[in-house]
Design a protein around this ligand. Sequence first.
Ligand SMILES: [Zn+2]
Length: 231
Amino acid sequence: MLNKFEVMVIAAHPDDAEFGTAGSVAKWIQEGKRVVYVVCTNGDKGTDNPDITPQQLAKVREKEQKEAAAVLGVSDVVFLGYPDQGLEDTSDFRKAMVRQIRTYRPDMIVTLDPYRRYIWHRDHRITGQVALDAVFPYARDVLAYPDLIDEGLMPHKVKKILFFGTEDVNLKIDITETFHLKLDALRCHKSQIIQLGIPDLEKWLWQRCQKMAEGEYFEVAETFHQVEVPF
Ligand SMILES: [Zn+2]
């Protein structure tokens, strides 16, 4: 079994973690916490370039995600390899997450809020829902996925979940000190940033994070809905 990882970020696509939580990830790492990324899809559909194949795109996305993780100090990046726009709430997908949770044994999971209303990427909604179910009860219960037990992956209780991309904010994290790392990590996702067509990424990101810090004493934030796992 691996040494302790305090934080696991579960993202649907390469770049989700950088948009949603990279400033906080950098902060946790500076505090001495170990962070692992689990990226569910290979991001092979998110392009408007007809000259690139899905296989080529997936390779680019994986490389960019590894570079972004390295900027932040994330030591492990796991790619589950599901097709972009192809996630379903299945036992197979849930088991893949349980496998990672029981392997890395994090205290806290950071993932996409499945309950955002209306326009929300289907992969985001399903990732958040399946992560929530994987934490409780499947990763915890010894009789869930008994073949994982046979592999030595024992039950694990996650203590807390932080959902990003949320409309129901109950936690704002000050990222003033790590904003530059979030920006640098986001810039690693070159193939996706180009498509956004933002002329001044730093300004755009600062304003976005400034809005998230509204009402606080600090300048820029990332926002979450935090849930303690009671059982
Ligand atoms: Zn996404």
